[in-house]
Design a protein around this ligand. Structure first.
Ligand code: CAA
Length: 287
């Protein structure tokens, strides 16, 4: 790892599962990270989650307690985007609402230094559209981390229409410095990851709806037959069924092909509030 490639001053917007994971990996590698959330309680929960995850890494003897303490010490909190006037890289990881992201990027464009790179962890919203609300579309890029962030090796780096080679190169090198494997993708709906993953999850839900097999049966086929670490229905519960539905809608609308139509059972589960692990119930029970 070349520490020169890592940004020294980073901010992560959104202290949820993805945001706190991203903050953790940057802080573990040496960046000073400001974790931002409008909700102070969410910030507390995010920092507590980082503490828990670092404790797990220490227990597995993949990091010393001293290094974990130093990583925690590099994380500061804020509830205001205005505090980010000295950041070199800002990674947005708020919920997948285009209006919210547009509002955040407009403000970041005003408060962040002109040289700062503005990245989004979006899993499906167009980077080109996000970039268009700023006056620095060449410095806006997608940095799509996977859940759980401290464990998964991939960063899908998404180039918007105007993203420069310089910005892409800096983000690719920083991702490598984080110990991740970056892969460059262009800005089309779902990029590569969700364009390939979501139809598989959707098809698994169709199999369940049509009674092809039980949920355990479907998951076991994919785990034991295709060596996936978890079955597609278990994975959907981890990602969040509402997130899966949103991404399928983006694919369906953006690519205009009915092969991406969300399964009616997925819609029904989301309508019932069965969102997966985060709500305590999805295809499986977590209570
Ligand atoms: N923090 C730190 N370490 C963690 C962790 C966390 N939050 N979660 C798991 N780990 C570590 C464990 O300590 C363990 O370490 P060792 O290998 O040293 O023992 C290792 O990860 C494996 O964890 P477990 O033994 O607890 O469980 P597992 O072997 O069943 O693995 C899993 C869990 C890593 C989640 C694995 O099941 C997996 O890879 N699942 C697929 C996940 C996936 O596909 N993610 C992508 C989702 S899509 C997405 O995120 C993008 C999107 O846009 C929707």
């Amino acid at each position: 790892m070349s520490s020169n490639d890592l940004f020294e001053r980073v901010a992560v917007i959104g202290a949820g599962t993805m945001g706190n994971g991203i903050a953790q990996v940057f802080a573990s590698c040496g960046s000073a990270v400001t974790l931002v959330d409008v909700d102070g309680d969410a910030l507390d929960r995010g920092v507590a989650a980082i503490g828990k995850s670092l404790a797990r890494v220490v227990k597995k003897e993949r990091m010393s307690q001293e290094d974990a303490d130093a990583a925690m010490g590099r994380i500061s909190r804020s509830t205001r985007l205005e505090d980010l006037s000295d950041r070199e890289l800002i990674v947005e990881a708020v919920s997948e609402r285009a209006d919210l992201k547009a509002k955040i990027f407009r403000t970041l464009d005003e408060v962040a230094p002109a040289s700062a790179i503005l990245a989004s962890n979006t899993s499906s919203i167009s980077i080109t559209e996000i970039a268009a609300v700023t006056g620095r579309a060449d410095k806006v890029i997608g940095m799509h981390f996977m859940n759980p962030v401290p464990v998964m090796k991939l960063v899908e780096v998404i180039r918007g229409q105007e993203t420069s080679d310089e910005t892409t190169d800096a983000v690719m090198r920083a991702s490598t410095a984080l110990g991740k494997e970056p892969v460059e993708a262009n800005d089309y709906p779902g990029f590569v990851s969700n364009r390939v993953l979501m139809p598989m999850i959707n098809e698994a839900v169709f199999c369940l709806m049509e009674g092809v097999a039980t949920k355990e049966g479907i998951d076991t086929v994919m785990k034991l037959g295709m060596a996936h670490p978890m079955g597609p229905l278990t994975l959907a519960d981890l990602i969040g069924l509402d997130v899966c539905l949103d991404i399928l809608e983006v694919l369906h609308r953006g690519l205009g092909d009915d092969k991406y139509r969300p399964c009616p059972l997925l819609r029904r589960m989301v309508a019932a509030g069965r969102l997966g692990r985060k709500s305590g119930k999805g295809f499986y029970d977590y209570e």
